[in-house]
Design a protein around this ligand. Structure first.
Ligand code: AKB
Length: 336
């Protein structure tokens, strides 16, 4: 008999590692994790980990002969800055990879006779505001506002959302016998900040990089202007959002894609919070005009009312708790 599992792609990444820790702490889920890289030693044994590529059809084929997939957290992606340097590779991983996982979930749903849940982290990169005046005016964007991304990653995420919607509502719409379809749910995340991992390849990375550099006594030159403002979220809230959305009753959901956010800070405000904890920190601002352009096109804040209303989304970490209770003590400990 095939083993029933929850599958996590991109599991060696920032969200993946935090998700594995959370599942392992509950102890009642068989986790099948997949990534190009092995997991860090502290996560070994907490999942059945496969080192492999989501673009490898024969690997995916082999996995479904051995496992019955209950839910997929499809986290594998190339982030926004990295994707601008390798746009075609980003398209392959972010779009073709997502398509392959959606097809796997569609086949599993049909074979099991019940919908496989497909949880997809999207991003504020799905938005593209045309200028700073609009960004200041339309500060709390709704899901359907400004879906005009300027980056390859943003285009990939927006299209990934649309593909997920297609597979969950219109897949094989002309077939005489409509299959059982998958259950697609997506979150548009703000910039995420973890105390335990440092991001790579993103454009919102200046937030976490500033904090991790200060804790190590390293100078940090922030690549965006002091007044640059985007929303952020602490990693424990990101994991909570994924799990809460996955657990929500289908009937409560009025949409497939939900904004979620916690707090919004300018780069200068992050610097001030970092200086409170690390008064010796050397933080300067040396904007890189190209990366600045990406941040300027992302919203200053998100309207997450539908998530609050439909499935009770409520972050547990505001800016103060994120810094004082989560980031500063854990990061201090990490670099001690
Ligand atoms: C990035 O900067 O690319 C990501 C994101 C906001 O999705 N952190």
């Amino acid at each position: 008999m095939r083993k029933r599992v929850v599958m996590v792609t991109g599991s060696a990444g920032e969200i993946g590692q935090a998700l594995i820790e959370t599942f392992a702490a509950c102890g009642d889920t068989n986790l099948l994790t997949l990534d190009l890289r092995p997991l860090p030693p502290e996560l070994e044994g907490k999942s059945i980990h496969i080192v492999g590529d989501i673009l490898d059809d024969s690997l995916l084929g082999r996995l479904v002969t051995e496992y019955e997939v209950d839910t997929i957290y499809h986290l594998a992606a190339l982030l926004s800055t990295r994707a601008e340097f390798t746009p075609e590779l980003a398209h392959r991983v972010n779009v073709e990879g997502t398509l392959r996982l959606l097809r796997l979930a569609a086949e599993q749903s049909e074979w099991q006779g019940q919908p496989v849940r497909f949880i997809f982290p999207s991003s504020i990169a799905a938005y593209g505001l045309p200028d700073l005046e609009t960004k200041a005016r339309d500060s709390r964007v709704r899901e359907w506002d400004w879906n005009t991304p300027t980056t390859m990653y943003g285009c990939n995420k927006l299209y990934g959302e649309m593909l997920g919607s297609y597979y969950s509502t219109n897949y094989r719409q002309l077939a005489a016998d409509r299959p059982v379809m998958l259950d697609f749910r997506a979150l548009r995340f703000p910039g995420l900040i973890s105390a335990f991992t440092v991001p790579s390849g993103g454009t919102s990375d200046y937030g976490p990089e500033m904090i991790h550099a200060a804790a190590q006594g390293k100078p940090y030159a922030c690549f965006v202007r002091e007044d640059s403002r985007i929303p952020f979220m602490a990693m424990p809230d990101a994991v909570k959002a994924l799990l809460d959305l996955a657990a929500a009753p289908k009937a409560a959901l009025s949409r497939e894609v939900y904004n979620v956010t916690s707090f919004s800070l300018s780069a200068g405000e992050i610097r001030d919070l970092v200086l409170e904890a690390f008064p010796e920190a050397q933080i300067t601002f040396e904007p890189d005009l190209r990366r600045q352009g990406i941040i300027d096109s992302w919203p200053a804040d998100l309207n997450d009312n539908p998530a609050r209303r439909d499935w009770g989304w409520s972050p547990e970490y505001d800016a103060s708790r994120t810094f004082h209770d989560y980031l500063i003590p854990n990061i201090r400990e990490r670099y001690r």
